[in-house]
Ligand binder design. Structure first.
Ligand code: DSN
Length: 415
């Protein structure tokens, strides 16, 4: 693989090899990242890249789409089977455009959208003022409870009844606890809203039957395909049949032009992988690993937002170590452990500093690590936070990280 790139553009090839080395030798804790299979990589790098195919299977604006139709059709059928969805659009280029398409399909400019605040675990595209969502729609933001740092469904219901949003959005990028989908459906019915879920983070756990599937409860569900779902960078929209036409029209011609059919083929491959029984073992292990990691961190004095996790991610308040999120991210980086600084609910720090870090277990689980290794990784994390300004210590810790990663090799086929 990649011999042509090596021969024709050694600059790009060398940079790519360096990135491969970084991924091999470091502990990847960013909960929205993963390691896809070579089959997924091959589909992304395939001849499907060469084709224009505006429209949908059997209704295209370009000729020569016989095989593209088969590939896109396969992605749709597999996604339907995986999530039990009535209708699936597999063309969204990524998560934000998928959300944008849903808003476009179900709302007019200025309509009310009720989503979780970004610094309480939501997403920019769920109504943040700097984002298109916040600029285009009337946003009503809900928060997590100050004490428990978890969703307060009574408060969400009271706000929804007062504001009567057009869309009630249950979507999370930094929320570690389970979601009560039945209660969300109940609230949406009471206030007359469409219920939308953005399951970008947990889609793989849902597909792997480790978490409850929200698709039966929701009008529309969006997800990216590259996080726990372990596919190519991209997204899909799932919806009830009654919204199918509006959703498809919003994606194309509403927002996007030519679909990225190489990515769509890779989505089909990833969905095929997720339909296999071993994917359920992987999904369950991600959560077991996250819980094991949480236990070690707590034992070593860390404060976890919402006191732990039911999913793949943890939000660690790093202030007990007398540092902020940015310092923690930088120190971990020095030791080849990658995470992202994150605000925590009711954070006094600015988003670019943050009082916490967000970490997760999908990549380490894909590498084959289990609870035993999570204890080691948890101890490494705290060691680094405690010695964040000791360069010599961090360099030594980096060696320990390399040694651990060497026991869990990735992409051996890539040389
Ligand atoms: N950037 C993604 C994440 O890391 O959660 C969300 O869009």
């Amino acid at each position: 693989m990649y011999e042509h790139l090596k021969a024709t553009d050694s600059k790009v090839f060398d940079i790519m090899q360096s990135e491969l080395g970084r991924q091999r030798e470091g502990i990847e804790l960013i909960p929205s990242e993963n390691l896809v299979t070579l089959a997924v990589l091959e589909a992304i790098g395939s001849v499907f890249n060469n084709k224009y195919s505006e429209g949908y299977p059997k209704k295209r604006y370009y000729g020569g789409n016989e095989f593209i139709d088969q590939s896109e059709g396969l992605a749709i059928e597999r996604a339907k089977e995986l999530f039990g969805a009535e209708h699936v659009n597999v063309q969204p280029h990524s998560g934000s455009p998928a959300n944008q398409a849903v808003y476009m399909a179900l709302m007019e400019h200025g309509d009310k959208l009720m989503g979780l605040k970004l610094d309480h675990g939501g997403h920019l595209s769920h109504g943040h003022p700097v984002n298109f969502s916040g600029k285009t729609y009337h946003i009503v933001a809900y928060e997590v409870d100050k004490e428990t740092e978890t969703l307060d469904y009574d408060a969400i219901e009271a706000l929804a009844m007062k504001e009567k949003p057009k869309i009630l959005l249950a979507g999370f990028t930094a929320y570690p606890r389970n979601i009560d989908w039945k209660r969300f459906r109940n609230i949406a019915d009471k206030c007359g809203a469409y219920l939308m879920a953005d399951i970008a983070h947990t889609a793989g756990l849902i597909a792997g039957k480790a978490l409850l599937n929200p698709v039966p409860f929701c009008d529309v569900v969006t997800t990216t395909t590259h996080k726990t779902l372990r596919g190519p960078r991209g997204a899909i929209i799932m919806c009830k049949a009654e919204h199918a036409k509006a959703i498809d029209k919003a994606v194309f011609p509403g927002l996007q032009g030519g679909p990225h059919e190489h990515t769509i083929a890779a989505k089909a491959v990833a969905f095929g992988e997720a339909l296999r029984p071993e994917f359920q073992t992987y999904a369950a292990q991600i959560i077991k690993n996250a819980k094991a990691l949480a236990e070690t961190l707590k034992k070593r004095g860390a404060r976890l937002v919402a006191d732990g996790t039911d999913t793949h991610l943890l939000l660690v308040d790093v202030r007990p170590f007398n540092i902020n999120g940015k310092q923690a991210e930088n120190a971990l980086d020095e030791a080849a452990m990658y995470c992202n600084k994150n605000t925590i609910p009711y954070d006094p720090a600015k988003p670019f500093i943050g009082s916490g870090i967000r970490i997760g277990t999908p990549t380490l689980t894909t590498r084959g690590m289990k609870e035993k290794e999570m204890e080691i990784v948890g101890n490494y994390i705290i060691d680094v936070l405690e010695h964040h300004d000791d360069d010599e210590y961090l360099a030594k810790k980096r060696k320990d990280v390399l040694a651990l990663c060497a026991k869990f090799p990735i992409y051996p086929e890539l040389g």
